[in-house]
Design a protein around this ligand. Structure first.
Ligand SMILES: [Ca+2]
Ligand SMILES: [Ca+2]
Length: 224
């Protein structure tokens, strides 16, 4: 608790007409109020740096390798899906919206057939809610409500690190955006959307068994 006379002095100064610029600054700054809330609370924020394979909370299929050390995307280790039949999922609660962010790299950015990069699914994995794919040109698109959305006009390149943001909205607009800076603005040639149906979520995957992205890398995988 601040001394009452100090609070009175600050209020008098703040109200003084010539100090217009001063009033542009929130009063709470002078009175010691709480700063604005910063950043999301992550459901997971996996940097792959532990030796656990898979890390706590994750389940592997195929030969997902969370201890990959050859050219990791960040730090000393990344997640490497070394075949198209590998994937890893994290069990999640049903929710009306989720944002998944991750660093991504793929050896073959123009695969012979579209491949799954990430997907929100139901609790058994059998039902897809929204699926992020890379097409044969290296563009990203979302399949939801059993319909393929428009692919980004921007494309990813082989063996190049990108930052990806993949957003789930239940019976709403899902979106994906990617770039090499990690700054997202929900617009541009690297951004696209697709409308989803209502699905009860239970899992989120990197890649997906039997149709995953071949020779793909992930790091700093976050969900909020
Ligand atoms: Ca690791
Ligand atoms: Ca890492």
């Amino acid at each position: 608790m601040k001394h009452p006379s100090l609070v009175y002095l600050v209020l008098c100064l703040w109200c003084w007409a010539p100090l217009a610029e001063l009033r542009a600054i929130p009063l709470s700054v002078f009175l010691g109020g709480s700063p604005p809330a910063s950043g999301p609370t992550y459901i997971f924020n996996e940097d792959c740096e532990s030796s656990d394979n898979p890390p706590t909370g994750w389940t592997n299929t195929g030969t997902a390798n969370w201890n990959y050390t050859t050219s990791p995307l960040s730090g000393a280790q990344s997640l490497f899906m070394n075949s198209s039949s590998s994937s890893a999922y994290y069990a999640i609660d049903n929710a009306s919206n989720y944002t998944m962010e991750f660093e991504f790299k793929i050896a073959d950015a123009t695969p012979a057939a579209a491949q799954i990069v990430a997907t929100f699914r139901n609790s058994t994995g059998a039902t897809a809610a929204a699926t992020l794919r890379i097409n044969t040109s290296g563009a990203l698109y979302i399949t939801a409500n059993s319909l393929d959305g428009t692919a980004t006009s921007a494309t990813v390149a082989d063996n190049t690190k990108y930052y990806v943001r993949f957003i789930w909205n239940n019976a709403g607009t899902c979106s994906v955006e990617f770039n090499d800076s990690g700054t997202f603005n929900a617009s541009g040639t690297d951004y696209t959307t697709q409308t989803s149906a209502s699905v009860t979520l239970g899992r989120v995957y990197c890649s997906y068994s039997s149709s995953g992205a071949n020779n793909s890398h992930y790091d700093n995988i976050k969900l909020y």
